[in-house]
Design a protein around this ligand. Structure first.
Ligand SMILES: O=C(O)C1=C[C@@H](OP(=O)(O)O)[C@@H](O)[C@H](O)C1
Ligand SMILES: C=C(OP(=O)(O)O)C(=O)O
Length: 429
């Protein structure tokens, strides 16, 4: 699908929105709800394509999941109640689904085959296949299990101590979920802290997880009990409008009920350091995940250097941070972000290529990018390359480019934010 966005005169973003539920938390609520004993109710679940694919995968293993008014109800089968799927499990575009599912399936004594779209077929699976094999799972796939399609036969796992070469919540989560069904204890050590939604969600389902700095430990053979989950708004979705509020002149907007788990708030730290005018009002949060209403006003930003431990806390926000940097005074350097190369697209390449078409001065580096500020953006024909976050970043860029911006493959946005264009419309009119 191609969308044409027309910007006439000075656009401003004003008003209040609620972004859809957090994608990472939604996946985990469905997964743990499915393998728990008893019912789980999930309020605020994201119904973007990625999470719908997670739901479909569990339905194919005999789990009943249905929408009921404003919540989704999952009839947990207990782990032993999962059925060997007759059909192939299709994860679509979702890296979180395939990697976390491999972790769950590693403990299940049956065969399953997982596939996804063209983007998933290029993303590395050896980062989870390798530790899961060490635990005892039998995994095969393209290039010896490095790429999907992947088949797995689980069961008979032993706990391991694994030191992950990457700070990846998907790797950590896959190992912890396998550890839940392994003999003994499983420990994951990561080089930097990655998002901790799996650990928090496991506790909410009555399971003990121990965290000691960069080490996370889980004891095997713990049963999960169904519960009620309230999913806060996705800070990675809010990031597009918060950044728009900061860089589009004369804007002021509020995003309600945004998840502010500290492992995800790198975007707030960066916007603040660049000089954005932000107010965060923490709302009544349950014990699983904190949330806040966030208000932002347009202000002059300055270029900064972004790298090190903050990278896992804002990895999915780098495309929109790059756009913010084009409007800042001075240069912004993003480094230590090689992981961008193995997302839905190579996000170093796609950000640089598409923003350059709109007149940005931006250069790719081996581990990030250098962005020269003060650019006057112009409309262009651009492409999301099937990557939701690139599509949304380009749509926000179009607000600064007077004329008609055409975005190819804009349907990708429904992966994480089905109402994105409706909200953009509401805020700009
Ligand atoms: O665990 C998760 O829900 C996610 C972890 C991150 O990926 P990595 O684990 O590959 O860093 C992130 O980029 C992705 O959007 C969602
Ligand atoms: C990288 C992302 O997701 P996933 O890895 O689940 O495809 C993302 O949503 O930006």
């Amino acid at each position: 699908m191609t969308i044409t966005l027309k910007t006439e005169g000075d656009v401003q973003l004003k008003g209040t929105i609620r972004v859809p539920g957090d994608k990472s938390i939604s996946h985990r609520a469905v997964m743990l709800g499915a393998i728990a004993e008893g019912k789980t109710k999930v309020y605020g679940l994201l119904t973007g394509d990625d999470c719908l694919n997670t739901i479909e995968c569990f339905r194919k293993m005999g789990v009943r999941i249905r929408r009921d008014g404003d919540y989704v109800e999952i009839d947990g089968t207990g782990f032993d109640g999962l059925k060997e799927p007759v059909e192939i499990l299709d994860v679509g575009n979702s890296g979180t689904t395939i990697r976390l599912m491999l972790g769950i399936l590693a403990g299940a004594p049956f065969h399953a085959c997982l596939i996804g779209d063209d983007s998933i077929a290029k993303r590395p699976m050896d980062r989870v296949a390798h530790p899961l094999r060490q635990m005892g799972a039998r995994i095969d796939g393209r290039e010896n299990g490095s790429f999907a399609p992947i088949s797995i036969r689980g069961g008979g796992l032993q706990g391991i101590e694994y030191s992950s070469p990457v700070a990846s919540a998907q790797v950590k989560s896959a190992i912890l979920l396998a550890g839940l069904h392994a003999e003994g204890e499983t420990t994951v050590l990561e080089p930097q802290t990655s998002r901790n939604h799996t650990e928090r969600m496991l506790s909410a389902f009555g399971c003990q997880v121990e965290v000691d700095g960069l080490k996370t430990m889980i004891r095997g053979k713990q049963a999960l009990k169904g519960t009620t989950i309230h999913v806060p708004g996705d800070i990675s979705s809010a990031a597009f409008f918060l950044t728009a509020g900061a860089i589009v002149p004369n804007s002021e907007l509020t995003v309600k009920n945004v998840g502010i788990n500290p492992t995800r708030t790198g975007i707030i730290d960066v916007l603040e350091e660049m000089g954005a005018d932000i107010i965060i009002e923490e709302t009544a949060s349950d014990e699983i995940e904190p949330a806040a209403d966030i208000t932002i006003k347009s202000s002059g930003l300055k270029g900064i250097e972004i790298g090190g431990d903050i990278i896992p806390r804002l990895i999915d926000e780098i495309p929109i941070i790059a756009l913010a940097a084009t409007q800042a005074e001075g240069t912004t350097i993003i480094k230590d972000a090689e992981e961008l190369k193995v997302k839905e697209t190579n996000r170093i390449d796609t950000v640089v290529k598409e923003l350059t078409k709109m007149g940005a001065r931006i250069k790719a580096t081996d581990d990030g990018m250098i962005i020269y500020g003060g650019a006057k953006l112009r409309p262009a024909s651009v492409d999301s390359h099937g990557d939701h976050r690139i599509g949304m970043m380009l749509a926000i860029a179009s607000c600064l480019a007077e004329g008609k911006t055409v975005i190819e493959n804009s349907e990708a946005i429904s992966i994480s934010y089905p109402d994105f264009f409706q909200h953009l419309n509401e805020l700009t009119s």
